[in-house]
Design a protein around this ligand. Structure first.
Ligand code: PA5
Length: 462
């Protein structure tokens, strides 16, 4: 199991002004946390609660269909191209980046055991899109278009471009190169997929984008590049079981949720930094930023009061950002809590050769890069404590599907518990809708005429 260490937020370590009396807080919030966990588990099967993501670890049917399709298309494609944005892209991106051999797309087919390369087109920059599409042999590319709503402008625009190109190259056969992951019955993509005859996978009801990584949204791209999804499912189930424990002393998601909530509301730590010490986990930070920001940044609470809550998530990479953000973390405003994510055992033990022995870098010879990275994490953590900055540490025994699934699932549950502590709706994103609607309006979508005149007027003044 992954481990969680909260000593770095204790007032014994960083003083009373910035730190917490953890035992007292755990005992003060014991009943509230028990009630939150029990309540989430009780509500999870009720329609409209948006808690179906808590059941995804047990969805054997999806796993079966995903594996069946992946084995059916094995060896037919050289590339997987995922079209999607936000929750429809970040989970798959985070997991493939972590679980595939680094620089996967640069490896030879033999080194990839003939599994395809994978590309996530999660933005609509015209230059990078064009360049990617020119580079890929579309005939040998399987396009997985993912959108829960089935109408997100960015994803649908990408899909329209790619579909047109595919059809021009392949004629009617183009359909075999598209697989759609979307709602089971609503949305334009669902309609088109049924009409055009694409293979489809369903994003279950009451699973929002940022909580969808363990549905077909994440599992299909993973299976298509040969990642063992059974191992992932086992990780979710084991973590889910652990997080059903209603006692905060035994529930790491509840502990980190409460710590973050108290750090924000009592100690002025308005920023939550995600800092993995592993390049393979770089997109886990992006995924976390999306999850934490969109879930917890809310204007009103469940009682209808204006609250404007939410910590700002920030990504940092160890050791790289020790040479960028650490200066600010240590000496700038004391308004952050830093989540270290550490890896006990890397796949590789990379030795530094014993050369330049009699120079100032001689001390590095004979050690490993692993030693150096761990020393960097230790020293950074201690300097943050010296500067009275709170830290928590999550440790993965190694980077594999089992541990990564545990990490992501823990962070999902942590987010849901934090949302309950803030007393807000964790699962909506009202603050995103207006910009989406204005974009529709500016692009001339019918039904958005009113928004069009509103935004056109305002554009003159901002
Ligand atoms: O978390 C969410 O629900 C959102 O960020 C969505 O993932 C994002 O808006 C993309 O939506 P869709 O999957 O409908 O294209």
């Amino acid at each position: 199991m992954i481990k969680f260490d909260y000593k770095g937020v204790s007032s014994d370590v960083i003083g009373e002004e910035n730190g917490l009396d953890i035992e007292k807080e755990f005992s003060d919030y014991h009943d509230r946390i028990t009630q939150i966990i029990a309540d989430l588990n009780q509500r999870k099967d009720k329609p409209g609660q948006w808690l179906q993501w808590m059941n995804l670890g047990y969805n054997e049917e999806t796993v079966w269909y995903v594996k069946e399709y992946a084995s059916m298309v094995e060896n037919r494609f050289d590339n997987i191209l995922v079209l999607g944005i936000g929750g429809s892209a970040l989970g798959g991106l985070a997991m493939t980046e972590a679980l595939l051999k680094p620089y996967w797309n640069f490896l030879t087919p033999k080194q990839r055991q003939n599994f395809p390369r994978i590309f996530f087109l999660d933005n609509i920059d015209p230059d990078s899109m064009q360049s990617l599409l020119e580079m890929l042999d579309l005939k040998r590319t399987l396009v997985n278009v993912i959108t829960k709503s089935g109408s997100t402008a960015e994803t649908m625009a990408q899909y329209m471009i790619v579909k047109d190109m595919l059809e021009k190259e392949l004629g009617d056969e183009y359909r075999k190169n598209i697989v759609a992951t979307t709602d089971k019955q609503t949305g334009i993509l669902r309609q088109l997929a049924d009409q055009e005859g694409y293979k489809t996978f369903v994003i279950p009801d009451d699973v929002g984008g940022r909580f969808s990584v363990f549905s077909a949204v994440g599992l299909l791209p993973l299976a298509l590049v040969g990642i063992d999804i059974d191992h992932i499912m086992q990780g979710i189930k084991d973590m889910d079981l652990a997080l059903k424990n209603t006692d905060i002393h035994n529930n790491i998601a509840a502990q980190n949720a409460l710590i973050h909530y108290l750090m924000d509301t009592k100690k002025g730590k308005k920023i939550s930094v995600m800092m993995p010490y592993s390049s393979r986990l770089r997109y886990v930070s992006d995924w976390y930023v999306h999850l934490w920001a969109e879930s917890l940044g809310k204007a009103t609470n469940n009682d209808g009061n204006i609250v404007h809550v939410g910590q700002t998530p920030l990504k940092a990479m160890g050791a790289t950002d020790q040479y960028a953000e650490l200066q600010l973390f240590n000496e700038g405003p004391n308004d952050k809590i830093i989540n270290f994510v550490r890896v006990e055992n890397f796949d590789t033990n990379l030795e530094i050769p014993k050369i330049f022995e009699y120079t100032g870098i001689g001390y590095l010879g004979g050690k490993t890069i692993n030693d150096l990275l761990n020393a960097e994490a230790d020293s950074t953590k201690v300097t943050l404590s010296n500067h009275l900055r709170p830290t928590v540490t999550i440790t993965l025994p190694e980077i594999d599907g089992y541990n990564l699934a545990q990490l992501l699932y823990m962070l999902e549950v942590q987010t849901a518990i934090a949302g309950e502590l803030y007393n807000i709706n964790t699962f909506n994103q009202s603050g995103v809708e207006q910009a989406k609607n204005y974009t529709y309006a500016l692009m001339g979508r019918s039904g958005y005429e009113e928004s069009a005149s509103e935004i056109n007027g305002k554009l003159l003044t901002v």
